[in-house]
Design a binder for this molecule. Structure first.
Ligand SMILES: NC(=O)c1ccc[n+]([C@@H]2O[C@H](COP(=O)([O-])OP(=O)(O)OC[C@H]3O[C@@H](n4cnc5c(N)ncnc54)[C@H](OP(=O)(O)O)[C@@H]3O)[C@@H](O)[C@H]2O)c1
Length: 275
């Protein structure tokens, strides 16, 4: 039976465990560690899993140990579990979701030969709609990477990438949900400005985001399906209302803002890794 340890029961830790347990993994084989007893109590009540304040306990006997703490805490956590990982009778695959933290820096804090897989997930995995990219380290063979891919697939779409692309992936999908939340928030405010009651503007904006996302996903999954450009062209009749709106978005620099924002995100990811 595969034993999964999760260190850090925050946003991503919870999104991960909810996907894993929702996909049929017995919650008794999942153990989460976090310093906050109240948070552990919440997770235990909601998912029925094993919890601990001791990260070594989460690492003990783990086949896969997910590191879901903030990037600056990763070295502390790795140092605290290294000995346990070395003593484990079974092989423990270390899976880090921390933005910016390189596989090489993780490997140097672990017993020689420990397989490491780096994953860049995002929070929609909380609702089974995550987008994750993963890359294996020097000691992770195809089998290790595929096993992590299989676990992560319980949380949504998973793709394999080269590690050099992970900072760019962070800018697209890792931080991407926040961009869509912000766009939706702006649409709600603009709807209110046009005289709609806020609850109505919110309901319509969210339903529109959902519908548009589903159309794009359908286009992506079908051979010859419509891509985002085609979908937008189809709803933009010449001289019509949508064209009037998208022209203003272009004039006001929507695309330029995204280029700059995502470059800033990627650079920040690199910076986090360096520090
Ligand atoms: N959020 C995202 O959208 C996103 C997307 C992709 C990747 N990531 C990556 O995912 C990681 C986690 O992010 P998050 O948003 O889930 O952060 P978070 O909500 O702050 O969760 C981190 C959790 O780790 C706990 N923690 C701190 N020190 C610990 C230790 N020594 N042992 C065990 N647990 C410890 C924290 O507890 P306290 O709060 O009590 O300190 C907190 O509950 C980060 O490295 C981030 O780069 C996040």
């Amino acid at each position: 039976m595969t034993r999964i340890g999760i260190i850090g029961g925050g946003n991503i830790g919870e999104a991960l465990l909810s996907g894993i347990i929702g996909n049929g993994t017995d919650s008794k084989n999942v153990i989460v560690s976090d310093p906050a007893a109240a948070r552990l109590e919440q997770l235990k009540e909601k998912y029925g899993l094993i919890t601990t304040e001791d990260s070594q306990e989460a690492a003990d006997g783990a086949d896969f140990l997910f590191i879901c703490v903030k990037p600056d805490i990763v070295p502390v956590v790795l140092e605290s579990v290294a000995e346990t990982v070395e003593k484990n009778d079974n092989e423990t695959v270390i899976v880090s979701v921390a933005a910016g933290v390189t596989i090489n820096s993780i490997e140097t804090l672990l017993p020689a030969g420990t397989p490491v897989v780096r994953v860049m997930p995002n929070t929609p995995m909380l609702v089974g709609k995550g987008a994750s990219a993963l890359a294996g380290g020097r000691f992770a063979d195809e089998g290790h990477v595929e096993a992590v891919q299989e676990i992560m697939s319980a949380t949504g779409t998973v793709v394999k990438v080269k590690e050099k692309d992970i900072d760019a992936v962070t800018a697209v999908s890792g931080s991407g949900p926040a961009y869509f939340f912000m766009v939706t928030e702006a649409m709600i405010d603009a709807g209110v400005n046009l005289g709609l009651p806020r609850p109505l503007a919110q309901e319509l904006a969210i339903a529109t985001a959902d519908g548009a996302a589903q159309m794009m996903a359908q286009g992506q999954s079908q051979e010859g399906g419509d891509d985002p450009v085609t979908l937008r062209t189809k709803v933009s009749s010449p001289g019509g209302t949508t064209s009037a709106a998208t022209r203003v978005l272009d004039e006001e620099g929507l695309r330029r803002a995204f280029y700059k924002a995502m470059e800033a995100c990627k650079n920040r990811s690199v910076e986090l890794g360096e520090s």
